[in-house]
Design a binder for this molecule. Structure first.
Ligand code: XMP
Length: 518
């Protein structure tokens, strides 16, 4: 019998803070399930969710502004413990008759919190002064009635407050970020002690719950999964294989635009090690044919996306027993696509793997990772026995090397790029730098430059190396790799690949550049 691991849960109400997802991840790291709902959710939906505790996130607005986001009416009367962080604390102050002072200047970065009143939130913290991370404009200037101040900083005389009987707490600083030295302890006090949540949310329990759900949903039907070699589809494959064994069929479309030997590795892992039915479709030539003559990045992306769908569907339709399509959607995709519905954002690049497949196949979709954050996906992947190389691999774009060869894609260029990329990645791994950067790869530039190798002139192509550090891939900095390390890679690439005469290192940040070159 699987325990009801969602019985104890926390709800984050999101007011638009960049840290909202981080709060939820921190709660889950404590072993307690946590979801995020937007601030304009109805009180009925919040009650239906029946959380043991509620966290009000920070946000970019000012509580005093007309039309500023507010909590659903009646939230403070649900008799559920509430923790307000930053904007969330200002909402508490407003609601209970305190005063919020508008910012004349922002307080951003480290501050020292002086804890002078014991609040349940600070239980077990021996030091009277701890480092905290601030990121706010407005602050609470008058305590609401019945509340007490638990801590202050130089710039915020009311940096932590609580109500002695109502179980309502406010923090001006961010306990969810690692810069707040006792942040984890503070959140643990709230979640485990104040809200009395038990820690049932762990890899083993998540897996058994998921297996039960999959079995209940699909019964004796067969399920199709598109394997890409990436983390998410790999974990879905391992999970489904454990749940329904031979009822799972995977299709792996090798588009010929993968990293060196990647196709073979995927087959080796899933077919040989896991005994999963994987159909590999070697379609490199189709993709090359469709890319012929295309030099515009968007045309190339669209061609690759369309060919992928055509081939995948052709394979899928061959097996009439298939009644379900599995997908590796994860929780941030769910939150973001909900948020994007009304977005007027410009399309910078069309990512072909977003949306798409289900409609074409007219099959119901099964998404076993849709409640999980990426770090949780990796943890359950480890528990299921997937290799570290697959789980901790840098992200790789759907159109693959197709967008790392500038201009027209040719078979010769793919081979050269695969070799150069392989040298770079293997050197990063052996130098202990692979896990220190967020993403690294080589780019093929179809321009020629002069070099001299031995006594002869070499007039050949250029390789650019790119390595970035980023948290969310929305913004990124070029990684500062040791110069001697870059020189060694450059020498190896030029010496070992006769078609290359020059290697450069890309130092552009995002924005204004993007991570991929196309
Ligand atoms: P950009 O180049 O937009 O990339 O800064 C941000 C991140 O997204 C990856 N990327 C893709 N991933 N399909 C994907 O699955 C795509 O078409 C695609 N294009 C870019 C990129 O590698 C980086 O991690």
């Amino acid at each position: 019998m699987v325990k009801d691991i969602l019985k104890h849960k926390i709800l984050v109400i999101d007011f638009g803070s960049q840290y909202s997802q981080l709060i939820a991840r921190r709660v889950r790291e404590l072993g307690v399930y946590c979801e995020i709902l937007p601030y304009n959710s109805s009180l009925t939906s919040i009650k239906a969710y029946s959380p043991q505790g509620i966290i009000l996130s920070g946000g970019p607005e000012t509580v005093k502004k007309k039309g500023a986001p507010k909590v659903p009416k009646g939230l403070f009367h649900l008799n559920i413990p509430i923790l307000g962080i930053c904007y969330g604390m200002q909402l508490i102050a407003e609601e209970f008759g305190g005063k919020v002072e508008l910012a004349t200047k922002r307080e951003f970065g480290h501050a020292s919190l002086n804890i002078f009143k014991s609040s349940y939130l600070f239980k077990g913290i021996k030091k009277r002064s701890i480092d905290v991370w601030m990121s706010h404009g407005d602050h609470v200037s008058k305590l609401p009635k019945g509340f007490k101040i638990a801590g202050k900083t130089t710039n915020s005389p009311i940096a932590a407050l609580f109500h002695p009987t109502k179980k309502i707490f406010g923090l001006q600083f961010h306990p969810e970020v690692t810069h707040t030295s006792q942040g984890k302890r503070i959140l643990k006090n709230f979640v485990k002690d104040i809200c009395q949540c038990k820690g049932l949310w762990n890899s083993k329990n998540i897996i058994s719950r998921s297996i039960n759900e999959i079995r209940d949903a699909v019964g004796k039907d067969e399920v199709l999964l598109g394997l890409s070699g990436g983390v998410d589809s790999a974990v879905v494959a391992a999970l489904l294989s454990k749940a329904i064994g031979k009822q799972l069929t995977c299709v792996f479309v090798d588009n010929g635009l993968l990293r060196l030997n990647e196709g073979d590795q995927v087959m080796e892992t899933f077919k040989k090690k896991f005994g999963i039915k994987v159909k590999r479709v070697n379609a490199g030539n189709y993709f090359l044919k469709d890319l012929k003559g295309k030099i515009d990045p968007e045309d190339k992306r669209k061609a690759i996306g369309k060919t992928f769908i055509d081939i995948f569907l052709k394979e899928a339709r061959k097996n009439k027993k298939i009644k379900w399509l599995a997908q590796g959607t994860i929780y941030p995709d769910v939150i973001e696509s909900a948020g994007k519905e009304k977005s007027a954002a410009h399309v910078i690049k069309s990512h072909h793997n977003v949306g798409g497949l289900p409609d074409y196949l007219n099959l119901p979709v099964i998404e076993p990772l849709k409640d999980l954050f990426k770090d949780e996906v990796r943890k359950i992947g480890l528990e299921l026995g997937l290799p570290h190389e697959i789980l901790f691999r840098h992200p790789f774009p759907g159109p693959g090397l197709g967008v790392r060869i500038l201009g027209e894609v040719k078979k010769e260029y793919i081979r050269i790029l695969q070799l150069a990329d392989d040298i770079f990645i293997k050197e990063l791994i052996s130098g202990g730098l692979y896990d220190k950067v967020s993403q690294a790869f080589a780019v093929f530039l179809p321009v020629k430059s002069v070099g001299v190798v031995g006594d002869s002139r070499r007039y050949k192509y250029v390789i650019a190396l790119r390595a970035v550090e980023t948290i969310d891939f929305m913004t990124a900095n070029s990684a500062t790799l040791p110069h001697a390390f870059l020189e060694r890679i450059s020498n190896r690439i030029i010496n070992e690949i006769p078609e290359i005469s020059r290697v450069t290192y890309d130092i552009s940040s995002k924005p204004p550049a993007t991570i991929e070159w196309e």
